[in-house]
Design a protein. Sequence first.
Length: 226
Amino acid sequence: MSSPGDHPLRAVIGGHCNPARITRLASEGASPEAPQAVRRDRFVAASPGYVGAMDITEVILHQHMEQRRMFAMLEEWPRDDTEGLSALWTRLAILLETHAEGEERYFYPELLHRGEGGGDADDVEEETEDAVKDHNKIRDAVRRVGDAQVGSDGWWEAVTDANVENSDHMAEEERQDLTDFRLHADLALRHDLAVKFLRFEAMTAARGIEPVDKDPEEWIEEHQGS
Ligand SMILES: [Fe+2]
Ligand SMILES: [Fe+2]
């Protein structure tokens, strides 16, 4: 049996990976033919500033789960605790808006340059234009919740409408846009975008941001040239 020092995985990963890591990868069945863990380690080893690799497609997917969970939390909350409902909704509204704005700043411009149309999308322009349109619809639905009296029937209807708009959008984004990006963007770019996206959200999470609708066609024109 080869020692970590001369294991063939070392040639793939590079000289910076510690022997214990190589032993563990080998024991998990990793081969030099490129399992994802090995490729990620090679990327991290070649990038001394990174302590680990993230992936914008995983970050977005994870936050979609958080959004679903927060809608579920509202449904389970005591209906007479309007102060609590208001606070929960405010957190969710901030997440929805900073998430959509972060995607428009960091994810969709890169998808537009690299994508080819994922899943059942006709092409990358169509999937990107749809996403910008959907984000506007979600913003409208969030505004309608804000205009209603917390805990009233109208408020719950508006929350349900926001859930429907957001659920429809997330399903399409996961099926088309994230798929397209996984196929056409390498892990280094996916890591860099994850850092920018999370940084933007962390900087704005406490107070939220002013929602700004975008004209989908103008947005595409502007970002295709950049
Ligand atoms: Fe999203
Ligand atoms: Fe989105």
